[in-house]
Design a protein around this ligand. Structure first.
Ligand code: ZN
Length: 486
């Protein structure tokens, strides 16, 4: 199919941008191996990715995905909507499954989702090609009895989920999204509880800063917030003799058009209602909440949806609870991934030995965001591993296995980048700083399969408003599509 000219131009512009910004500090790390001819080839080889989607529209599609996904439960629902629209069908873990060659399905467990497309080759020959990412982001979550009233003001008590940069949640237009469980309609046997998604669109909550006149050292010391006493969010003024807890329940029930007495329980995340945007002189950057790691979820899904008739069985595994260690029934440390792969194996006629043969031929790509070099803080980075924004997917290595990459799996991912004609970079954390981790080592250990840790560059990881590169997102999708196809 003819490649639209504007797409070609977009990537050529990007190449120009890259070379303009290639300072010597990046030269050790960046491998700009692609030229215009390779780009055309790349685009031709990526037929399944809609050719009307250039890097900017892929980035805008990511912004829509994030804006539709203010909580991990919403992220799963957004992913489901895309999968259903492309002919994937849901499988219920509590029912019998029927699978056919080439079948497209997905399974949901909590706020985790595994989508797969069965390959044309037997699993014992081609194995699974799995891209993993996480649906959760660090932030604030409502406590079960959240309402606090005093001094005429109602506040909501929150727990800190994972490791957010708390100061970035101040003075932002915050609201609530998540899931609520209601007493169900009376049935023949019992009143089964009903789970519903809930999202307030309007700014509902706020964490106002203390004025500098009462916090004179804030610019020298940074903003320090006590998690118990200084994080409750302001909801409103308490009415005369009002019962704040009852008012909160009524507010939740009204939003669901339900009776407050039918509200049984809920999990609600605090989110920023400001939509994402493109920014920068050339609109070359993305700003949004939850880029870590909804950008990778979106990239994995987009690549999977673009994959036509793969030889290997292709899997996109989106997990909840990565930010809190992955140890849960639906997390990457739980049984979800091994249960689903085992079940695909059984339904494909594999016995235990065949299942292990299939796993030994499988490959896991843990896609999570990477730290781009920030020129204001040069000392925070390993000098030989300065990752450049819009410089392509980053391969992350850590000899202490905080990342799962090794020489062989990194080389394999480099092969996918070369196949896709996209640049790639390498990242190692400073040796004198503690390194973060991902689902990569967890899944690799659990399944015993070859694994690599990769991610798109970003700034301000775990801020309420993070930044990433427009071209990087398209590069990552192309690399993952090559991994599924190759
Ligand atoms: Zn992450």
């Amino acid at each position: 199919m003819e490649t639209p000219v504007f797409y070609r131009q977009e990537l050529l512009n990007q190449k120009e941008f890259n070379s303009n910004y290639s300072s010597s500090s990046f030269s050790n790390n960046s491998r700009m191996r692609y030229g215009p001819r390779q780009l055309l080839y790349t685009l031709a080889s990526l037929q399944p990715i809609p050719t009307d989607m250039n890097a900017t529209s892929l980035a805008q599609d990511l912004l829509h995905f994030i804006d539709a996904s203010p909580s991990p439960w919403h992220a799963v629902s957004s992913a489901e909507a895309r999968l259903l629209a492309q002919g994937f069908t849901p499988l219920d873990e509590s029912r019998q499954w029927q699978l056919e060659t080439g079948g497209r399905h997905y399974v949901v467990r909590g706020a985790s989702l595994i989508a797969f497309r069965l390959g044309s080759l037997p699993l014992t020959e081609a194995g699974f090609r799995i891209v993993g990412a996480h649906t959760d982001s660090p932030g604030l979550r409502l406590k079960p009895r959240a309402a606090i009233s005093g001094d005429g003001i109602t506040r909501l008590g929150v727990e800190v989920y994972g490791g957010p940069i708390l100061a970035t949640f101040t003075d932002r237009d915050l609201s609530l999204a998540g899931r609520v469980v209601l007493r169900g309609e009376p049935g023949p046997d019992s009143r089964l509880p009903e789970t519903r998604l809930l999202r307030f669109d309007q700014p509902l909550l706020r964490l106002p800063n203390l004025a500098i006149h009462m916090n004179r050292e804030v610019n020298e010391q940074g903003l320090k917030l006590n998690k118990q006493t200084e994080l409750p969010l302001i909801l409103g003024l308490t009415g005369e003799g009002g019962d704040a807890e009852a008012a909160l329940r009524r507010m939740l029930a009204d939003a669901l058009k339900a009776e407050a007495s039918d509200l049984l329980s809920w999990e609600l995340a605090v989110y920023d209602v400001q939509p994402g945007c493109l920014w920068g002189a050339e609109r070359e950057f993305i700003a949004d909440s939850q880029l870590d790691n909804l950008a990778s979820c979106h990239a994995a899904l987009t690549a999977l949806l673009a994959t036509e008739q793969p030889a290997a069985t292709c899997v996109a595994a989106l997990f909840d609870h990565e930010e809190v260690g992955s140890e849960s029934a639906s997390g990457a440390g739980g049984s979800f991934i091994s249960d689903v792969l085992a079940r695909i194996g059984v339904l494909s006629g594999l016995d235990e030995q065949d299942r292990q043969r299939a796993l030994s031929r499988s490959f896991f790509i843990s896609a999570d965001m990477a730290h781009a070099y920030h020129p204001n803080f040069p000392n925070a980075y390993e000098p030989a591993h300065k990752v450049k924004m819009n410089g392509g997917p980053v391969i992350k290595t850590n000899v202490n296995q905080r990342y799962s990459s090794n020489a062989q799996t990194a080389a394999r991912f480099i092969g996918f980048c070369e196949q896709a004609g996209v640049p790639y970079q390498q990242y190692a954390h400073r040796s004198d700083l503690g390194c973060g981790s991902t689902i990569g080592p967890t899944v690799a250990a659990q399944l015993g399969i070859a694994s690599v840790d990769v991610g798109s560059p970003m700034w301000a990881m775990h801020s309420a408003r993070e930044s990433a590169g427009v071209a990087d997102h398209a590069f990552m999708i192309a690399a993952l599509a090559a991994a599924y196809a190759g």
